[in-house]
Design a protein around this ligand. Sequence first.
Ligand code: ACO
Length: 323
Amino acid sequence: MLRSQVIGSGSYLPSRIVTNAELAEKVETSDEWIRQRTGIEQRHIAAEGEQTSDLAIAAAQQALAAAGCEANDVDLIVCATSTPDETFPATATRVQYGLGMTRGAAFDVQAVCSGFVYGLAVADNFLRGGQAKTALLIGAETFSRILDWNDRGTCVLFGDGAGALLLRAGEGEGNSSDRGVLSTHIYSDGRHHDALYVDGGPSSTMTTGHLRMQGREVFRHAVVRMSEAIDAALSANGMSPGDIDWLVPHQANRRIIEAMGKRLNLPADRLVITVDRHANTSAASIPLAMDEAARDGRFSEGDVILLDAMGGGFTWGSALLRW
Ligand code: ACO
């Protein structure tokens, strides 16, 4: 049985760091409020002219280098983003060009903060089905471009960045001791549009629009839906919380992350947390966190890693993989 195995990872954060104190000079907020409610201390913001594809290319180049691969070894690029460079073409095709890749296919997946888990589900199906052997999966966002910088309820929560995983189809036994992606589960419920959306777009307002959110409503659903997605991953693999070595959740809010860790009975040091330094980078948050933990040696071969996310739509999902 074919399994999607991670053979390299990479990430990129814009150089400009904006602290909570700096934001407090622009909107009525405070470092204390932001830290207490979210755990966020700072975020990276893309430079003028720096586009989502620039971030994605930098992360992808690192992932390719980590795996010792060339761009033309890749069959498929899946780029998860809700902040594409342009309405079309897909940011993934700009990444393809930027990497010097002249073969295969490239497209975007849009599921907001669940985008990376959705993208992983897509890439995993291509690899397990034999339609691609090597897939580059990227989460890349410039949410700073769609924030209403006068809305203190949202502008303090997000940041820019990109992360990438290079996946290759490898042989497995078909059981949970295999290396690679063991399962993915994705869900959506469009009834919750109004809780989290962007009030613009090519076919509605013909503008880009700004992010709008009912924070409390999102928080309430996030805890419930992300817990359900964890249960789906465990039950599909005949595992219990004690089998999980690492939880790498979408990084929106420290309180949501800790609630998920508690549900799994995981010691705090088994939660991979970057929200304090990156804030919420939407589809980029999970691969940014994974790359950090992979590079600092936290993940060992054979570790069971659970990914869990929820975002606008609502969309939500989980993935279980063995490193
Ligand atoms: N600074 C100071 N005060 C603020 C700020 C701010 N930046 N933002 C809001 N407030 C005020 C509000 O105006 C309100 O004041 P009022 O009581 O006088 O009306 C008060 O703080 C409480 O506001 P709430 O929105 O009820 O605060 P809450 O405790 O729910 O925290 C937060 C808000 C942090 C947004 C929380 O609801 C949350 O994290 N929700 C999840 C949102 C999220 O993560 N979205 C990301 C996308 S989806 C995802 O990734 C899961």
